[in-house]
Design a protein around this ligand. Structure first.
Ligand SMILES: Cc1cc2nc3c(=O)[nH]c(=O)nc-3n(C[C@H](O)[C@H](O)[C@H](O)COP(=O)(O)OP(=O)(O)OC[C@H]3O[C@@H](n4cnc5c(N)ncnc54)[C@H](O)[C@@H]3O)c2cc1C
Length: 367
């Protein structure tokens, strides 16, 4: 059986979902092909920050792209709510990153000053021990200060994913693993078992699966897994009004604690030593958390490029084929849906994305 569309997106995670929805919202006939439950899915294991303050140190285009996305997020949330009734639980009250020593405070201050010089002012500022206590009650003695950025926020990643899939309706096709892609100068044919999907444009947004799919359309996406572990507590009374880079309280009242970074290949098991480190740091910040019961913990795999920055690129050999991957799929959902998707439909990536071509890794594009 063959289906013909304007755009095929491979990978039904947050990156592919946002691009497919953005293209469909522009009137394109889209199909989003997703492997299913056996795949590694970063979109289902993440922390939910729409985080700006530290994104793009040493790479101003990433800082600007992230800021653009945070600014587009309210429109994305409103559109998804209007079409699906799903609340993505977006809040953008500003975000805090706590420091637990004078050294940490100094390092953070230096990093943010560098970013300010490289990428401009977004109102991020350092808060002294006294200032941060005045803003957030219940902090432990070890907190030496914090950075605060007024445009940071958070959302429910699972509600976002559900809203995107729901809004796409029958265009979202789970259990459609891409086995093969045939590329010609005019169109792409994707084979999923006995079904074929044909379109003049295709996006490879298959997370960790992109590495193998990209060469089929002349792209290079050298992504690798980086494990993160998360702890979730029971619902507790209001702990704080702001998301932080290590801890956030959801609308339901649970508190999510992170954030680890372990290079363990495709291993999805949690380890006590890692979870203990997460709990230690967060209970130093909020001692009251010691009383909260843990209800869940998990490990998930980030989709990381060699330098940690996104990859966006149109294939030189097969124009119409695009690569899209990043490790901040929640944060960048606004830009993916409302800026990247229209550009892909128009056939040209915006100038701001030229810095994200995978040629920066110095390897030749696969034939
Ligand atoms: C612990 C952790 C915490 C995180 N916290 C945050 C955060 O706070 N904020 C933030 O912005 N980001 C965060 N992220 C990152 C975010 O989750 C990812 O950037 C995002 O999920 C990546 O989405 P993706 O669509 O590229 O990949 P995935 O979500 O992995 O989706 C890829 C999809 O491709 C499909 N697929 C693979 N191969 C094929 C194939 N051959 N055919 C068809 N389909 C295929 C899979 O089924 C899968 O659904 C976090 C990630 C982790 C692991």
């Amino acid at each position: 059986m063959s289906h013909i569309h304007d755009l095929i997106v491979i990978g039904g995670g947050l990156v592919g979902g946002a691009i497919a929805w953005g293209a469909q919202a522009k009137g394109a006939s889209v199909v989003l092909l997703d492997e299913g439950d056996i795949a590694f899915r970063a979109a289902r294991g993440n922390f939910g920050l729409v985080w700006v303050q530290s994104k793009g140190a040493g790479m101003p285009p990433y800082a600007h792209w992230t800021r653009q996305s945070a600014a587009l997020w309210p429109d994305l949330a409103a559109s998804l709510r209007a079409t699906t009734g799903v609340d993505t639980a977006l809040h953008q009250p500003g975000g805090l990153a706590f420091c637990l020593s004078d050294d940490e405070y100094e390092q953070r201050e230096n990093m943010l000053r560098r970013m300010h010089n490289e990428s401009g002012d977004i109102g991020t500022r350092m808060l002294s021990r006294q200032d941060v206590r005045a803003m957030v009650p219940g902090l432990g003695d070890k907190v030496t200060g914090a950075s605060f950025c007024p445009i940071d926020g958070h959302a429910s990643p699972l509600h976002l994913l559900r809203a995107l899939h729901q809004a796409l309706g029958p265009a979202y096709r789970p259990h459609q693993r891409t086995d093969r892609i045939d590329a010609t100068p005019d169109s792409f044919t994707v084979h999923c078992g006995t079904t074929r999907y044909i379109a003049p444009r295709i996006v490879i947004a298959a997370g960790l699966g992109s590495r193998d799919l990209a060469p089929l359309v002349g792209l290079h996406m050298p992504v690798a897994p980086l494990q993160g572990q998360i702890i979730v507590t029971e619902r507790i009374r209001k702990l704080l009004d702001y998301p932080t880079h290590l801890l956030r309280q959801t609308d339901e009242g649970t508190v999510m604690l992170g954030d680890s970074q372990e290079d363990v290949g495709f291993d999805l098991s949690t380890r006590v030593a890692v979870l203990q480190k997460i709990a230690d740091r967060n209970t130093q910040i909020f001692p009251a958390l010691k009383q909260a019961s843990v209800i869940r913990m998990w490990a998930a795999l980030r989709v990381m490029s060699p330098d940690g920055f996104p990859v966006y690129q149109q294939s030189v050999r097969y124009p119409g084929a695009f690569a899209a991957t990043c490790h901040s799929g929640v944060t960048l959902a606004g830009a993916h849906a409302l800026a990247l998707a229209p550009a892909i439909l128009a056939g040209t990536l915006p100038d701001i994305l030229s810095a994200f071509a995978s040629t920066r890794f110095g390897e030749s594009i696969a034939a």
